[in-house]
Every structure is written in structure tokens, then in C-alpha cells.
Design a protein around this ligand. Structure first.
Ligand code: AMP
Ligand code: MG
Length: 338
């Protein structure tokens, strides 16, 4: 099949909505990363997502909505705390896990009795959901395991020939996947960090617990609250090592460990300090810029043929926690503290 990339005009959004209503897949821009969308209420359409991505069947999908009335058709029970979160953070990069209704096919939720719901803020995503007239199941539009796509070209590189259409909404402004929380009355569990931070979640007055899987590797037999967290993720082909130290120690370590096809993943302006080639991911002390750049930089390292990558260690505060969480998985939890 030919894969077309089209700009987000009203006409092209209508074209995409028509494909979605007919059970096809569409690459959709959002503020977090590009999504691979299907009609969430159509089991056959949803099954195509898993095939196109090579996604394990037990990794559930996020359902995207463009109104609170859509939420009521998907979630059997919405605790007050979830309504408070919706009021404060929707539309935006927050996904809530709630008990599902019978309308949600079990393939969307990988057999779980809960559904993940998000109301994206990207105008083209909202327009597409509105035009399709149904909620859209959409995981990140990458091949399973590779870094999530933050441009239409990334989607094309991964899914060319497997989907008919990608709507091009430019580069994603956030660049990392949404914050995922499970919600009970007065209690929020952070399952995946994102641009809505733990600190912000706590501001509504609920108790916030950070799931252990966010920063630690679980044992293979351990129960994981968010199935996606157990998979190798966001990984370039190179072996990545996070060096948790200042720039001077980073440079010393890299110089003392010469390797073939070795690159440094550093912050803007640090390249000159290094004796090996480097790729940058945002600015030091600026987690938002790191979030926006990280996945594109991991893809660039692949293009350059990097075999070993030494990466600067992000802060774990605010949005930095999300950057750290993704980089830690890209590194297969290889972190060296100096
Ligand atoms: P992706 O859209 O590719 O970023 O993946 C969606 C993420 O949401 C995965 O990591 C899933 O584990 C998580 N998720 C989706 N539905 C649920 C659910 N019902 N319970 C827990 N986590 C979920
Ligand atoms: Mg994904």
C-alpha cells in the first residue's frame, strides 16, 4: 500500500476521518508524539494497529477523545479526583486509567477491565476525532520497541507501506508520550511520567504515588501496573550508557574508554568539550527542550551508525523525570554513577 503524507487541512482531516470510519489506520499528530489511530470501537480496525506496529497483544492502547461526553461512553466510573484532573489538565498530555464500559473492545485494553483515556490538546487531533465521530485508539506510531515518532517523517520511516495516510502536523511540541496515571478517590498512581509532572498532579490535593517501574527495573516475575513499562522501549540500535556525573567527569570517562563507532549524547554547547563525535538533546537545565529533542536524537544516532552511546544524565525533577524514564529504558537500565 502507498503511504501518503498530507498537511492538516480541513479537507485532508476529512479524508483521514473517512479512512478511520472505514476501519483503516491513520498517523495522527498530537502534542506528545505521533499516534497510530484506529476507531477504538471497531475490533478489526484495532487489530490492525498491533499488526502494523508489531506490538505485543498484551500491551493496551490509549483511547483519544475530544469531549467529556465521549469519556462517559468509555469509563464505567469516573471518581471525583479524575474529574478534578480532567478540569486541570485536559486537554493535554495526561492519560487516565479508569474502569471500562462494555463499549470498549477487549483488544483495546489487552483484556484488562480498565481503559486508558486521553483528551489531546493538538487542534488537528481534536479535529480528526470530531470528524471521525468516534474515540480513536492510538498508541505511538512507531515500530514496537523503537523510539516514538515526533515528526511525520519518523512515522513514514517506521510504517511506510503499512498505513494509507499520515497527517503532518509538524514537530511535536512536547516530544515524549503522555503522563499515565491510575486514579482512585483521592489517590493518584503515576505509572508513566510525562509533561504533566508528579508535582503538578499533587497540586489538586490528592496523594500521588510513583510506581516503582518508573525508575527501576522490575524482576521478570513482578506484576507491572502499566504493561508497556515491561518492554524494551525507545531503544536505538546502539548500546546506551547513562553517565550520572558532571560534564568534566563525563569527558574524562569517555576519553578513558575509547570505542569504535562511539558517540556522546550531550546538551547543546557541550560538543566542543568532547574528543568523540556527539549528538545533542536539548539544553542543560531545560527538561522541556530535552523532552522535545530526545527521540529524534536517538533516531539520529541510528542513522549515524552509532554502536556505543554515552549519554548525559537528565535531572529527575519535574519533566526531567519523564526524560530520565525514557533514556533509562533506551539504555536498558545501564547507568554508571561517577
Ligand atoms: P503508547 O500509546 O504506545 O505510549 O502506550 C500506551 C501506554 O499506556 C502503555 O505503556 C500501556 O501500558 C499504558 N496503558 C494503556 N492502557 C492501560 C491500562 N488499562 N492499564 C495500565 N496501563 C495502560
Ligand atoms: Mg509507544
Amino acid at each position: 500500500m502507498e503511504t501518503r503524507i498530507l498537511p492538516c487541512t480541513k479537507e485532508n482531516i476529512e479524508k483521514a476521518a473517512h479512512l478511520l470510519r472505514g476501519g483503516e489506520l491513520v498517523g495522527m499528530p498530537t502534542e506528545t508524539v505521533y499516534g497510530l489511530a484506529a476507531n477504538a470501537l471497531d475490533e478489526t480496525a484495532v487489530s490492525k494497529i498491533f499488526i502494523a506496529k508489531g506490538r505485543p497483544q498484551d500491551n493496551p492502547l490509549i483511547v483519544h477523545i475530544s469531549s467529556l461526553s465521549m469519556l462517559e461512553s468509555l469509563a464505567a466510573k469516573v471518581p471525583d479526583t479524575a474529574f478534578q484532573l480532567a478540569e486541570r489538565f485536559w486537554s493535554g498530555p495526561l492519560t487516565m486509567i479508569l474502569p471500562k464500559t462494555a463499549a470498549v473492545p477487549s483488544s483495546v485494553t489487552a483484556g484488562l477491565d480498565t481503559v486508558a483515556v486521553r483528551f489531546p490538546s493538538h487542534p488537528a487531533a481534536q479535529a480528526l476525532i470530531d470528524a471521525a465521530g468516534v474515540p480513536l485508539a492510538a498508541p505511538s506510531a512507531n515500530r514496537s520497541g523503537s523510539p516514538s515518532p515526533t515528526s511525520a517523517q519518523h512515522v513514514y520511516d517506521d510504517l511506510q507501506g503499512k498505513i494509507p495516510l499520515i497527517l503532518d502536523g509538524g514537530s511535536c511540541t512536547i516530544g515524549l508520550e503522555s503522563t499515565v496515571v491510575s486514579v482512585a478517590e483521592g489517590q493518584i498512581t503515576l505509572l508513566r511520567p510525562g509533561a504533566v509532572t508528579a508535582e503538578q498532579l499533587a497540586s489538586i490535593g490528592a496523594e500521588v504515588t510513583i510506581a516503582r517501574a518508573v525508575c527501576e527495573q522490575l524482576r521478570p516475575d513482578e506484576k507491572v501496573l502499566s504493561p508497556g513499562m515491561k518492554y524494551k522501549h525507545y531503544a536505538p540500535k546502539a548500546s546506551v550508557y547513562i553517565l550520572d556525573c558532571n560534564l568534566a567527569d563525563f569527558v574524562r570517562y569517555v576519553d578513558a574508554h575509547p570505542q569504535e563507532d562511539c558517540y556522546a549524547l550531550v546538551y547543546e554547547g557541550e560538543e566542543q568539550a568532547l574528543s568523540i563525535p556527539s549528538v545533542t538533546y536539548g539544553r542543560a537545565e531545560d527538561s522541556l527542550s530535552q523532552a522535545q529533542a530526545l527521540f529524534g536524537s536517538l533516531r539520529k544516532l541510528d542513522e549515524l551508525g552509532a554502536k556505543i552511546v554515552y549519554a548525559r544524565c537528565p535531572s529527575r525533577q519535574g519533566v526531567g523525570l519523564a526524560v530520565y524514564n525514557r533514556l533509562l529504558r533506551a539504555a536498558g537500565f545501564h547507568q554508571i554513577t561517577l
